[in-house]
Ligand binder design. Structure first.
Ligand SMILES: Nc1ncnc2c1ncn2[C@@H]1O[C@H](COP(=O)(O)OP(=O)(O)O)[C@@H](O)[C@H]1O
Ligand SMILES: [Mg+2]
Length: 294
């Protein structure tokens, strides 16, 4: 029997060629996308996906061609927010998988669209004792394939809805070295600010430009008396941005309609861009575009 050492070269698998081809495919997809932006938070539940979807809505409203990659493989929600269910039929064409088309023509790809039902979890391996390293390798392979196999076409913006945790940026950065930058999202709570600080530190270490910090659910506007009040106790997020020397690019109030509108056939922004929260989203997108066009 031959052992591994007896094989000549790669034993005929052309592994180098295969990896090279995968890389070429990814590159040719990414070359058609002008700006790639990661949206991250460190902590889940702070509104990252909702803000990503509404930023996309505002960009589309400005005539931009927008795509969203849902990189939160274990908690995908972009399809749901943009009205693309997992019953959508994805067609595998010769040049890849066509993305789902959400509200306003926003192109999306999400793990949700590849599983059978909305309740199906992503199982990386049958092995209960899979190590964290293995799972993270599987995740990074899945994201690479979602990126490379999706026929995104020409896009002005690709927004990447990152999973919680500060460690995932390594993977995105290595897949997309020309990443325009990361937008960090927090709520005013101390815990969320603490976790987003880790994410900022990590990005700084990796040399990922930080476009700015968004404070979501910054306040609550009473629909009856229009009085604005605090939702969370915590130090000023503005102070955090000053301490970390990163731009404070958006203060987005809580609005109950943010979660209601997706079910009603559109995104919050398209319906309520003149509301206080809608205007805050407009201003945030102004700041993102300013950074990118700088
Ligand atoms: N500004 C906001 N006003 C009202 N509800 C919001 C706002 N931002 C997020 N939400 C709600 O908070 C919940 C968590 O948001 P989500 O976008 O799923 O967070 P994440 O992606 O960070 O886990 C959702 O129910 C969403 O509708
Ligand atoms: Mg999310």
């Amino acid at each position: 029997m031959k052992s591994y050492e007896d094989l000549e070269g790669d034993g005929g698998s052309d592994i180098v060629g295969q990896v090279g081809k995968l890389g070429e495919k990814l590159r040719s997809r990414l070359d058609k996308i002008t700006h790639k932006v990661a949206l991250m938070s460190g902590k889940g539940g702070v509104g990252k996906s909702s803000i990503t979807a509404n930023i996309a809505s505002c960009l589309a409203d400005r005539g931009k061609r927008v795509g969203i990659l849902d990189a939160d493989l274990n908690g995908p929600s972009i399809g749901h927010l943009l009205g693309v269910g997992n019953d959508v039929k994805l067609e595998m064409k010769e040049d890849g998988l066509n993305p789902g088309i959400g509200y306003q023509g926003i192109r999306i790809m999400s793990m949700d669209m590849l599983v059978k039902t909305a309740d199906t979890p992503v199982m990386w391996t049958e092995e209960a004792n899979a190590t964290a390293v293995w799972v993270s390798t599987m995740e990074s392979t899945a994201i690479r394939e979602l990126l490379a196999d999706t026929n995104w076409g020409e896009l002005d913006y690709l927004l990447i809805d990152m999973p919680p945790g500060s460690d995932r940026i390594d993977n995105i950065r290595s897949l997309i070295p020309e990443l325009a930058g990361a937008v960090e999202i927090t709520i005013p709570s101390q815990l969320s600010q603490h976790i987003v600080t880790k994410s900022i530190t990590k990005n700084n270490k990796m040399g990922v430009p930080i476009i700015g910090l968004i404070e979501n659910m910054a306040s609550y506007v009473c629909p009856h008396c229009n009085e604005e009040g605090k939702l969370f106790d915590g130090e000023d997020v503005l102070k955090l941005s000053e301490k970390k020397s990163i731009p404070y690019i958006g203060k987005i109030p809580f609005d109950t309609r943010v979660s209601q509108t997706s079910k009603m056939g559109s995104l919050f922004y398209t319906q309520f861009k003149e509301s206080v929260t809608g205007k805050a989203i407009t201003e945030t997108v102004d700041n993102i575009e300013k950074f990118i066009n700088k």
